[in-house]
Design a protein around this ligand. Structure first.
Ligand code: ATP
Length: 236
């Protein structure tokens, strides 16, 4: 499989605080990778650096063989990178359909208002309602749909289950499975280890800004993952 994303030696800082420390990772076209780790591990910052929302201090981001490290975010969207940010960040007074339409980036592909509503049928009846009136799960679906509207080649999802009831999370992930089934390349941040191991082909675990564990989801030992997640020393 061809590499779609290559991150090498990435350092990200907020003033004196170093949030991402020398991170290198690769994502092949068609892969689903889960980025896991405790609060503050640097997962959000890493996704934001790939999307162009955070300027790294050092390192490189290569997308489809082009160096995009210094490229503005809107140009990355045009090239096919879409981020579903933590906290959704919808336009609250715009309707569902308007929130979707503003994100169309002119890239050709299968995603448009109709196909997004097919994948998220719960939004169909909400189509003309302001986003602010929607439930958390519905808003999350709009946020994912909005990212799809740019017909991305790489979809970055930051904690899509945060603050949602388990039954709603199940519905969101069922729809995501459809998106993944379409052959999308996905990097998702997920706090729920069980869910991450289920949905992703590969898992990357971060701790205090570094990648501490990486492997195929099917072959990773769960205890090993938990130790890496919490930074516990494993018995010899
Ligand atoms: P979470 O699951 O809590 O979102 P995370 O793994 O996504 O955690 P980040 O949000 O990337 O981690 O944060 C990494 C570190 O950077 C943390 O120590 C955090 O406090 C710090 N940080 C994040 N955003 C900012 C900011 N805007 N200004 C200053 N420090 C920040």
């Amino acid at each position: 499989m061809s590499l779609l994303l290559e991150v090498s030696g990435l350092d990200c800082r907020y003033g004196l605080l170093q949030a991402v420390r020398g991170v290198s990772l690769e994502v092949a076209a068609g892969e689903t990778v889960a980025l896991i780790g405790a609060n503050g591990a640097g997962k959000t910052t890493l996704l934001r650096a790939v999307a162009g929302a955070h300027r790294p201090h050092a390192g490189r981001v290569i997308f489809d063989r082009s160096d995009i490290t210094r490229m503005p975010a809107h140009e990355r969207v045009a090239r096919g990178i879409a981020l579903v940010p933590e906290g959704r960040r919808l336009f609250p007074s715009l309707t569902v359909e308007e929130n979707l339409r503003v994100a169309a980036a002119g890239r050709r592909g299968r995603w448009n208002v109709r196909t997004v509503l097919e994948v998220f049928p719960l939004l169909q009846a909400r189509r003309h309602m302001p986003a602010a009136t929607l439930s958390g799960g519905e808003q999350q679906a709009v946020a994912i749909g909005r990212a799809l509207m740019s017909n991305p080649r790489l979809l970055l999802l930051d904690e899509v289950s945060l603050g949602l009831a388990p039954v709603v999370v199940d519905a969101v992930y069922r729809s995501l499975a459809d998106v993944i089934g379409e052959g999308a390349t996905v990097v998702l941040v997920e706090q729920d280890l069980t869910r991450a191991l289920k949905v992703a082909g590969r898992v990357i675990c971060m701790l205090e800004g570094r990648v501490v564990l990486e492997g195929e989801a099917a072959s990773l030992d769960r205890d090993h993952v938990v130790s890496a997640y919490f930074g516990l020393r494993r018995p010899a």
